[in-house]
Design a binder for this molecule. Structure first.
Ligand code: ZN
Length: 349
């Protein structure tokens, strides 16, 4: 079968690899219906994080179960399933505490980390899913082709945007600013509106993303960054800053923007993967009573809550996909996202 393999920075190949085989009793084989490229896949692609040896890549996929091990109980052959961007058992103390990304038996797709890593990646024709009962979320009933984009966002970006909003404590009537206009930032806008925010400020310089941000619920767009960006947020918020700010980038600049755009007593919800070293200015946070909460999003636990709204069309996160390519064109998918020609690329095997 074919799968995407990263060999080194800017060296993505679609190669023939061995078919997955059931091996643990609690695993499942999923035939991938759609996968996608994540903003975080761009870190190894750009060489920001090192690729020590070639390995499978991709951690967002949906598909149909082809086979299950004898111990699997909640997933059946033929089920349409959503896989979160990590593997988890759903039963350990961290999973029960709602932090399934820290599952004691879990790990990461396509990881070349020998501890807690699983060799298969999501950008391929098939995936062996360890801990199938804890990891996979079943989508009941028939799934129409035009539902696939929305369902695929539940494997990462929609759940991650939701985590930013939940971590910041967004509630009805809040003023929320969103830093970052990638797929996660756009989904954070959806999440903020869904949780009742009435004023939503999107920080974006891209006309097409601004358009989508407005469609998703943004009431204001701010193009400025840095001091000017902070000034613009304060101008919209009685001079004090937003109640909640969702940081969806992960750089020093974006965290600084988020902290300074938050009103005294407010909260930053952060989900941007911190590459490039944002550090927290405790003195500034102390003086203004600004909190920071968040981290890697335990999206598996959000799927059941968000799924009905995606299926009913109450929210339409699938619109973040602006390019669909066959799996064989995975290298072009990475290039398009790297060069910001596309917000989010779907790959169809
Ligand atoms: Zn667990």
């Amino acid at each position: 079968m074919l799968a995407t393999v990263i060999h080194a920075a800017r060296d993505i190949r679609v190669e023939e690899v061995a078919d997955p085989v059931l091996s643990t009793g609690g695993d499942a084989i999923v035939k991938v219906v759609a996968a996608c490229v994540c903003g975080s896949d761009l870190w190894p692609y750009r060489g920001v994080t090192e690729t020590s040896e070639p390995h499978r890549i991709g951690h967002e996929f949906v598909g149909v179960v082809e086979a299950v091990g004898p111990e699997v109980e909640s997933v059946r052959v033929g089920d349409f399933v959503i896989a979160p961007f990590y593997v988890c058992d759903g039963t350990c103390v961290n999973c029960r505490n709602g932090v399934s990304t820290s599952c004691l038996g879990g790990g990461w797709w396509g990881s070349d980390d020998k501890v807690g890593g699983f060799a298969d990646g999501g950008q391929g024709e098939r995936v062996r899913v360890p801990l199938a009962d804890g990891t996979l979320a079943v989508v009941p009933g028939p799934v129409a082709d035009d539902e696939i984009a929305g369902l695929l966002t539940l494997s990462d970006v929609m759940g991650t945007g939701h985590h930013a909003a939940v971590s910041a404590g967004v509630t009805a009537g809040d003023t929320v600013a969103v830093v970052g206009d990638g797929a996660v930032g756009l989904c954070a806008i959806i999440a903020a509106r869904r949780l009742g925010a009435t004023t939503i400020i999107a920080m974006s310089r891209h006309p097409e993303r601004q358009k989508l941000a407005r469609e998703f619920g943004a009431t204001h767009i701010i193009e400025e960054r840095g001091d000017e960006g902070v000034k613009a947020v304060r101008a919209l918020t009685d001079g004090v800053g937003a109640d909640r700010v969702l940081e969806c980038v992960g750089t020093k600049e974006s965290m600084d923007q988020a902290l300074r755009s938050t009103r005294p007593g407010g909260m930053v919800g952060y989900v941007g993967v911190p590459n490039g070293g944002p550090e927290l200015p405790i003195g500034q946070m102390f003086g203004r009573n600004v909190g920071v909460n968040g981290g890697v999003a335990p999206v598996r636990g959000y799927i059941e809550e968000l799924l009905p709204d995606v299926r009913s069309g109450a929210i339409s996160p699938g619109k973040v996909f602006d390019l669909v390519l066959p799996l064989s064109e995975a290298p072009e998918a990475y290039a398009a996202m790297d060069e910001r020609r596309a917000t989010k690329v779907m790959l169809r095997p």
